[in-house]
Design a protein around this ligand. Structure first.
Ligand code: PBG
Length: 338
């Protein structure tokens, strides 16, 4: 609709004045994404093979320890300050109790030592959960009936796991399992072992989400024993529940989490905002594998612009209140910002 020539509204304020030029828009921009806000999740495998691309996650690879170190160097040079490492185990090493996790010379601990030796200043974060190690793919050990994850036995295992990771040199451990009481138990175990400086990045508000599909393919935890699809509904949060989510954040804060996290990010911006407003702790959000896959898939079809959608998705997470973002786009964004 065009207004007749010479027609002038008498407005007390014209918002468009602040959007007139690129310089003005930049001047009044409220949120921004910096390379130092980003944490890059990376997958490591045994052996010396060349990096293997994950089919549903274009541009993401399972890497040997040597290639992992190279990738960390590149990320660090681009201004990314932290990486979150995930192991993809040989299926032959998995069993119902995840005993390979007890191996002091296991894949993830060797990866941590290699990265910290090469880049002592890079913040290294490891996941505390048993799913890479269990044949059934659950984050913990099962109860006697075999029909659910046993909370307290699992927490005992996770506390020991965190101490092993601390000994290997991680800066932060990141419990991603959603067992009750695990943050407090991990804090106590770390302190008792002398690791008072090792932090806890808690997956405080982790929903039982379909968006983890590509990740489970990446680490090979997609399927429970037998034929039924893996359900983590007895420990991960119901996506319908806002109050339950906030209660989890409160508990992790009270148990001593240094950084709280909401996961996934894009579909849970309301929760990010609410946790931001009730806690003074730094807040992270995890833009998970399915969020990344979705944007790439649409871009491949020519239906969305990859860079613009990527940048907008991350900006929205910052605007909602996250200080830090775990994202598979970390390197691309850092490169674009450099
Ligand atoms: C498992 C774990 C998951 C992710 C991080 N740690 C998946 C799950 O709970 O099954 C998902 C990350 C992603 O989808 O990018 N402890």
């Amino acid at each position: 609709m065009s207004t007749p020539a010479g027609f002038t509204l008498d407005l007390p304020f014209r918002p468009r004045r602040l959007r007139r030029t690129a310089a003005l828009r930049e001047l009044v921009r409220e949120s921004q994404v910096r390379a130092a806000d980003l944490i890059a999740p990376l997958f490591v495998v045994e052996g010396e093979a060349a990096p293997e691309e994950i089919a549903s996650m274009p541009g993401q690879f399972r890497r040997s320890i040597r290639d992992l170190v190279t990738e960390c160097r590149e990320l660090h040079a681009l201004g990314v300050r932290a990486v979150a490492l995930f192991p993809k185990l040989d299926p032959a090493l998995k069993d119902a109790r995840g005993v390979e996790e007890l191996n002091e010379n296991g894949l993830i601990l060797r990866a941590v030592r290699a990265v910290k030796a090469a880049l002592p200043e890079l913040v290294v974060i490891t996941d505390v959960a048993l799913d890479p190690y269990t044949s059934h793919g659950h984050d913990g050990v099962l109860n006697a009936a075999g029909d659910d994850v046993d909370n307290d036995t699992t927490v005992g295992r996770l506390a020991e796991m965190a101490v092993r990771q601390a000994r290997a040199g991680v800066d932060f451990v990141a419990p991603s399992d959603m067992m009750d009481g695990r943050v407090g138990a991990i804090r106590a175990a770390l302190d008792a072992a002398g690791f008072t400086a090792t932090g806890i990045l808690a997956y405080s508000v982790k929903f039982n989400s379909a968006y983890y599909g590509p990740f489970r393919e990446a680490v090979g935890s997609a399927q429970a024993a037998g034929t039924k699809l893996l359900s983590k509904a007895t420990y991960q949060l119901d996506p319908a529940n806002r109050r339950a989510a906030l209660a989890e954040a409160d508990l992790d804060e009270a148990e001593g989490a240094d950084i709280l996290m909401v996961k996934p990010a894009g579909a849970y911006l309301d929760i990010i905002r609410e946790v931001r407003e009730r806690s003074e702790r730094p807040l992270a959000a995890y833009q998970v594998s399915g969020e990344y896959a979705q944007i790439h898939a649409a871009a491949r079809l020519g239906w969305l612009d990859l860079e613009r959608t990527r940048d907008e998705s991350l900006l929205a997470i910052k605007r909602a209140g996250a200080d830090l973002i775990l994202t598979y786009f970390a390197k691309d964004v850092a490169r674009a910002l450099a």
